[in-house]
Design a protein around this ligand. Structure first.
Ligand code: ADP
Ligand code: MG
Length: 843
């Protein structure tokens, strides 16, 4: 047995092998060690021979699916090894074979899927300069393919979040991933390409086609019955959508809150959809916001119309509630795993489509009209189900009774025969009971011995001579008669034939239904779109969000904006709305202010509002006018990340470098405490230089919000005209500091921290000394050995007010002198310049 086990295992080395033994699937060795804790079952050891100790664990066959789902959800692959011959007929060891492989990216079982998230299998094919990449969701048949330089793959993976990634053996992923990675030899990829169905490759370039072919071939390996629902791959055009990288996805909490909770994510907050298809469309809209002004106005028009027609919206949403997940149910029909009850549910969903259309009759927005009118007629598919499946069908087609009466003439007559045979059996029972005089005689059925007459042991003597003994039990005996044998042959023959016909009819029906894949996928897309807009409208109505305006010139102009997640989840204080005004004249905002003042929230709020608008939603504000943003960059400083334990400064600088390299005039850059991950002076210097750089290359930075605890940065505004300062207002009320959460122009009070220390009860001597140290620092008296200190501005009258990095006050004075443009000084400004130099030397 072990030899057979190892033979099977060697065929699926990267999967956990479920090895069927009797009523259990057993796992052994490493598989058992890995699976037992994931499944919460006991790990035991079996001593087969005295020298082999095999760690093992097992699950009952009938609950295998739920255990497989758990392992797959945890990113594992599972291979199912079944007995492929009747154990009673086997001579020696029962023959076994691998009948099924379930992988995280090819699973279609609903218990292993999240209803509102796609389940992507990704395929990557290396290339130069671009890699091919494809995403295939077998549960829905959705399929995308494109190509990108390797450096941008991480970003796309952060949005698609594939559950499994296929790469050629020997190829390293150019980014880290926690998801399952599967490998195939390079030749396999070549074969996948040459054997790909023509529609997979149609109109794709070589790099894209390679990946598309690989994804399809791999999915096909896992689903040998074919993939009729996987249509032509849609090209992924990354530059037509807003770019969001992993850091933005995390900072804006698109799919999970900062502490990892999907229930508190932006998507969860937005979701008022009534179908899983709509929920998935919502995720996609948020992941890939639009840049196209026409599309955006179209989407907002649709939402606006639904906001303005509450009765229609309600009617639509009520109808949508009955549709169900047509798309995933169909996925299982297509791969052949849908049971009769699934198919019935699917058909009843199809029947809800005309009512959805009718409910939206009065809608006029072009986008809604296109969606509603785009719902295809699928009544023939629902009819096909109704004509075939019995209304009270069992969950499994093999259980018998799946096919309705009238579906097939032969089936009907066999069922009649079976029914009559039941009557005939009862007749035989009655006859023989009378003939033998045995009152408790009964006809019994047993899988091994078939039909028999059962007689209590006490009546053994009264058994007629022509009865044939079949089986002796503890206190009964079983007999057959020739007439019973005849009837038995008929019944069992009919039974077997009925089973065959039912399975054949059922599987023919699945094939017929699968042929409707094009229409079903159009129906699903239309429903998803309607549901998405209705969801945005419902939210806009209930949370009083407003339609954004699109500005043709670059600007972000928000009145009374709110952060929807903070507003919704942090109810202990009322949310204070804030404005934001950015334009080419003032495109960089340096925000200082106390810890916990609301700086980070403000940054994320602006990013979220822009993202929502471009996702097609209304926004949480009194009004908002924005120009389309091509990319949101976020960089959250080390201190806000400590929980993630990355090594921080390097990550921080890598991200800063990416921003400097990749931002455009239409980007929105959110920098939160950048530079925190290193010593003060390093950090400050880098932050300073970064803001200067972003300022001086407007074509490469767009709008910038920079939250910082480096007070010194506020001085950049003195020399860089497009930089403005803002701070979080604070107030002292009765010896307590109150955060007003209001963003106001200007810089924070420097001694604020000392003030808080005072209020907190630090001894007066300490806070007095702190004030002294602070003022010394401000005057540059404290020259920390050779370390650079940012110069204070050399007196208000120094004119151009250049700010430089120096090591001490004397050098500073010399430098000032050297640079002073005496020719252009008035006598007064020359005097005050002189005075400022002197003051600096005095300290
Ligand atoms: P900072 O980045 O300045 O340290 P945060 O943005 O982290 O401050 O905000 C601190 C807390 O203040 C947040 O947890 C949030 O609950 C609350 N907060 C921030 N902004 C607002 C606001 N506008 N209205 C109400 N509460 C807010
Ligand atoms: Mg903060």
């Amino acid at each position: 047995m072990l030899r057979q086990y190892f033979e099977m295992k060697s065929r699926v080395p990267d999967a956990i092998l479920f090895y069927r033994m009797g009523d259990f699937y057993e796992m052994f060795f490493e598989d058992a060690r890995e699976a037992a804790p994931l499944l919460g079952i006991a790990l035991t050891a079996r001593h087969r021979d005295s020298d082999i100790e095999a760690p093992m664990c097992g699950v009952p066959w009938h609950s295998a699916d739920q255990h497989i789902a758990r392992l797959v959800a945890a990113g594992r692959k599972v291979a199912i090894c079944d007995q492929v011959e009747d154990p009673r007929a086997a001579k020696g060891l029962v023959r076994r074979d691998i009948t099924r492989i379930v992988t995280p990216g090819t699973v279609v079982d609903p218990s292993a899927l999240l209803p509102d998230a796609p389940c992507w299998l990704a395929a990557l094919t290396p290339g130069d300069p671009e890699w091919g990449l494809a995403f295939l969701d077998l549960s829905t048949g959705r399929f995308h393919a494109g190509k990108l330089p390797p450096a941008r793959l991480a970003e796309v993976f952060a949005l698609f979040r594939p559950r499994e990634t296929l790469v050629p053996e020997g190829c390293d992923l150019p980014f880290p991933t926690n998801a399952a990675v599967s490998r195939r030899p390079p030749e396999w990829f070549g074969r996948a390409r040459s054997e790909a169905p023509p529609e997979t490759l149609a109109r794709l370039d070589a790099a894209t086609g390679n990946a598309a072919a690989a994804a399809r071939a791999y999915a096909g390996e896992m689903r040998p019955r074919g993939l009729p629902h996987v249509l032509r791959p849609e090209p992924l055009r990354f530059d037509e959508r807003m770019r969001l990288d992993a850091s933005a996805v995390a900072t804006l909490e698109l799919f999970e809150s900062s502490d990892g909770d999907p229930q508190r994510s932006l998507c969860a907050l937005l979701d008022r959809t009534r179908t899983a298809m709509g929920a998935r469309a919502l995720r996609e809209a948020v992941s890939r916001p639009s840049l196209d002004p026409v599309e955006l106005e179209d989407r907002w028009d649709a939402v606006e119309e639904l906001v303005g027609k509450p009765a229609v919206r309600e009617a639509l949403r009520a109808e949508l509630g009955g549709v169900g997940d047509l798309e995933r149910q169909f996925g299982r029909i297509a791969v052949g795993t849908a049971g009769p009850r699934d198919v019935l549910a699917w058909a009843s969903g199809l029947k809800r489509l005309p009512p959805v259309r009718a409910a939206g009759e009065s809608l006029a927005s072009p986008r809604l009209r296109a969606l509603l009118d785009g719902i295809p007629d699928v009544s023939d598919l629902a009819d096909r189900v109704d004509r075939t499946v019995a209304p009270d069908a069992p969950a499994l087609a093999s259980a018998g009774g799946a096919i309705r009466a009238g579906a097939d003439v032969e089936l009907d007559s066999l069922r009649d025969l079976r029914r009559n045979a039941q009557g005939a059996l009862l007749e035989i029972e009655a006859q023989e009971r009378q003939r033998s005089g045995i009152a408790n005689l009964r006809v019994r059925f047993n899988r091994v011995f078939g039909y028999s007459l059962e007689v209590g042991a006490a009546h053994r003597d009264r058994v007629p001579a022509d009865w044939i003994r079949r089986q002796s039990l503890a206190n009964a005996e079983r007999f057959a008669t020739p007439a019973l044998k005849d009837l038995e042959a008929k019944i069992l023959g009919a039974e077997e034939r009925i089973g065959e016909i039912e399975l054949r009819l059922y599987s023919e029906m699945l094939v017929d239904l699968a042929a409707g894949s094009d229409r079903v996928s159009r129906a699903a897309a239309a429903i998803a779109g309607i549901d998405l807009h209705a969801s945005f409208a419902e939210l806009a109505h209930s949370a009083r969000w407003v339609r954004p305006k699109l500005s043709a010139t670059p600007r972000i102009s928000i009145r009374d904006g709110r952060h929807p997640l903070v507003e919704h989840h942090r109810r202990e204080e009322p949310f204070v709305p804030n404005d934001c005004d950015l334009s080419p004249e003032k495109r960089i905002l340096v925000i200082t202010g106390p810890n916990m003042g609301g700086k980070s929230t403000y940054l994320r709020q602006v990013g979220t509002i822009v993202l929502l608008a471009q996702a097609g939603s209304f926004v949480p504000a009194a009004s908002a006018e924005i120009s389309a943003v091509d990319r949101i960059f976020t960089r959250v400083g080390a201190a806000d990340h400590l929980s993630r334990g990355e090594s921080t400064f390097m990550v921080e600088m890598l991200e800063a470098a990416a921003i400097v390299r990749e931002a455009t005039a239409s980007s929105l850059v959110l920098l939160d405490e950048v530079g925190r991950g290193t010593s003060t002076f390093d950090g400050l210097s880098i932050a300073w230089a970064l803001v200067e750089h972003l300022h001086d290359s407007p074509e490469k930075s767009g709008f910038v919000l920079f939250a910082t605890h480096y007070h010194e940065l506020t001085e950049i505004s003195l020399v860089k005209p497009a930089v403005a300062n803002a701070t979080m207002a604070v107030k002292e009320i009765g010896g307590r500091v109150v955060f007003l959460r209001k963003v106001v122009p200007g810089a924070a009070d420097r001694s604020y921290g000392i003030h808080v220390a005072e209020l907190a009860g630090l001894p007066a001597a300490v806070t007095a000394r702190a004030r002294e140290v602070l003022s010394n620092l401000e005057k540059q008296e404290l020259d920390i050995q050779g370390a650079p200190v940012i110069a204070r501005r050399g007196g208000e009258s120094a004119g151009e007010g250049q700010l430089l990095l120096f090591t001490g006050s004397e050098e500073l004075v010399l430098e000032k002198l050297r640079e002073a443009d005496v020719d252009r000084m008035t006598p007064i400004s020359a005097l005050s310049f002189l005075a400022s130099l002197q003051e600096r030397l005095k300290g």
